[in-house]
Design a protein around this ligand. Structure first.
Ligand SMILES: [Zn+2]
Length: 280
């Protein structure tokens, strides 16, 4: 069988024997693969650094029959995962991205768009605080989640009611709008249905399972985060830190995956801390 060469992100490392490990890799051209790296733990292993969690590497592997592990024959480190200032929040955010990629992808199914998104997201976590391109960690996580959903065909309905198809949200976001009114629990006219992954109007919300109170503005912000354009969300990065989005995403993943993610509590904690830090 021929060797396959591709870029890969290390999602998970599990000890196989004293010197060998089994890797879960998310690759550019072959999607997720599970591969045995023989001798990876030996002191002078040629895999050094390239098989650490969240490392980006150039790998060559031998595909095996379905149901058995592929065999990693070469791995060259391209970039280690080193979040800026060694921030614990950014470290866990990276692990969270790895957990989502593990759960949302099937082996040997190429997802090149999702791969590029993951590389960009990990790169955003590593942008130094002094850089102009620096973004709050919760906003980067939200951007990843919204794009990943869209790329996997679970994009959220953020324009019309999923019950009666009434248009609910205006296209334009007024530049003077403030972050204060993103959730609208008391007299909101909008709701977000988790089972429909869509907005619903007040009239339809009774029959749409679990719903979250939402404002038109929140829907507009999420639309920016869901859009392919990689610049617009950066101009609304502080909005992406609003707790209503964290709450919605946590419930949304639970609905889609049918079980909680291991790192949800860590991400929730991180969002709370960041909220306090910006005085919200
Ligand atoms: Zn409706």
């Amino acid at each position: 069988m021929s060797s396959e060469k591709t870029l890969a992100i290390v999602l998970r490392v599990v000890d196989f024997s004293e010197t060998s490990v089994v890797l879960s890799l998310f690759t550019d051209t072959y999607g997720k693969i599970n591969a045995l790296a023989k001798g990876a733990r030996r002191p002078k292993s040629s895999f050094y650094g390239a098989v650490d969690i969240l490392s980006l590497s150039q790998v060559i592997f031998l595909p095996r029959r379905s149901g058995t592990l592929d065999l990693l024959t070469e791995a060259k480190l391209v970039r280690r995962y080193r979040p800026c200032q060694w921030s614990l929040a950014r470290l866990y955010a990276g692990y969270y991205v790895a957990e989502l990629l593990t759960d949302l992808t099937e082996p040997h199914q190429a997802q090149p768009g999702l791969f590029r998104l993951a590389v960009d997201t990990l790169s955003d976590f590593q942008t130094p605080e002094t850089s102009f391109a620096y973004q709050p960690v919760t906003a980067i996580v939200l951007r990843f989640e919204m794009r990943a959903l869209a790329l996997l065909g679970h994009g959220l309905g953020l324009t019309h009611c999923s019950g009666c198809d009434k248009p609910l949200v205006a296209d334009a976001l007024a530049p003077t709008d403030s972050i204060e009114h993103l959730s609208n629990r008391r007299n909101g006219k909008l709701f977000f249905s988790l089972s429909d992954t869509s907005l619903v109007c007040r009239d339809c919300c009774q029959e749409r399972g679990r719903v979250i109170g939402f404002s038109e503005r929140a829907a507009q912000v999420l639309r920016i985060y869901q859009d392919e354009n990689d610049e617009a969300w950066r101009h609304h990065a502080s909005w992406g830190t609003h707790p209503v989005f964290r709450q919605m995403m946590d419930y949304q993943w639970l609905e889609i995956l049918n079980r909680p993610l291991h790192l949800t509590p860590a991400i929730r904690q991180m969002a709370k801390k960041q909220r306090r830090a910006v005085g919200g």
